[in-house]
Write a new protein. Structure first.
Length: 309
């Protein structure tokens, strides 16, 4: 929706201005070009600063040299007066040569500073022309930026509406899921109850069938449960008799165990002690037999006997 509006605005701009709308990519290229030119300008300005600093250094050097020359001249004049030394003409010639050299140096300095000033003026003119040429593009960029801000505001509004709608849908979805969970739990509970009733109905049907068969077996002479029993009553009576007999046998066994418990317990203890005694006796005889064999006496064929009296 937002992209469609942007395209429509671009068409309106093209119709109104008579030229195509400049996109963000073009502005980025222009910005990069301006950055590179600004960087070149800064480099040239740095060079100019270095040249100016060199000129200042040369001027200071000239001043220092002049001071030194004046001091030397004064010292030489004093010495010549005191000692009557000739050669002042040579000194003057040297001074003249030095003056000429100094003038040449000043001329060169003047020319160098003049060239630098001229170059700086040219750079400033170029920079100003570039600024003037970029002014329409900067204004267009500013207008586009304002439009982008408006579009962004509209986008934020639509985004808030969308997020509110999503939250509403999620809330309704959670409510529906909760209702579905309740319905599913009710369904599972009813299904369990249905199967329980089905099982109870099956059991009831089986019991009812047994009751009907029991009535049929007792009312009809030619109908019976199997070859051994006439009806379920006879079969259950037989089972009861068997259970009673088993119960009697178990009670008699229980009585026998209780009556002989002390005697059997004593007998178990006696047999346990007897087992321990026999084991001790066996170990003792083995030890004696080993000692006899080591010392070479005793009957090796003698049988081990245990007498209990």
């Amino acid at each position: 929706m937002v992209e469609k509006k942007i395209q429509e605005k671009e068409k309106e701009y093209a119709q109104a201005k008579g030229k195509k709308f400049t996109k963000a990519g073009d502005f980025n290229q222009m910005a990069n070009s301006l950055k590179s030119k600004t960087s070149k300008y800064n480099d040239m300005m740095n060079i100019m600063k270095e040249l100016k600093s060199e000129i200042a250094c040369l001027v200071n050097t000239e001043i220092v040299l002049k001071k030194d020359l004046e001091e030397v001249e004064s010292q030489l004049a004093n010495i010549e007066k005191e000692r009557g030394i000739e050669g002042s003409a040579k000194t003057e010639e040297m001074i003249e040569k030095y003056s000429e050299q100094q003038e040449d140096l000043n001329k060169k300095k003047y020319l160098t500073s003049e060239e630098i000033s001229k170059r700086v003026l040219e750079l400033e003119e170029k920079l100003e022309s570039k600024r003037k040429s970029l002014t329409p593009q900067a204004q267009a960029f500013k207008t586009l930026k304002e439009k982008c801000l408006k579009i962004e505001e509209e986008y934020n509004v639509q985004k808030q509406k969308y997020e509110a709608a999503v939250m509403k849908v999620e809330s309704e979805l959670n409510s529906l899921q909760s209702d579905m969970s309740k319905v599913e739990n009710d369904y599972l509970r009813d299904e369990t109850r249905y199967h329980t009733l089905q099982m109870q109905s099956s059991i009831h049907s089986a019991i009812q069938k047994k009751v009907n068969n029991e009535v049929l077996y007792k009312s009809s002479a030619d109908k019976k449960l199997n070859n051994q029993f006439k009806s379920y009553s006879d079969w259950y009576k037989n089972k009861q008799i068997q259970q009673d007999q088993s119960l009697k046998e178990l009670k008699s066994k229980q009585k026998y165990v209780k009556e002989n418990l002390d005697k059997n317990s004593k007998q178990v203890v006696l047999y346990g002690n007897l087992k321990k005694l026999l084991e001790f006796k066996s170990r003792s005889l083995k030890s004696n037999s080993k000692n006899r064999n080591e010392y070479g006496y005793g009957n090796s064929e003698e049988q081990n006997r245990l007498v209990i009296g």
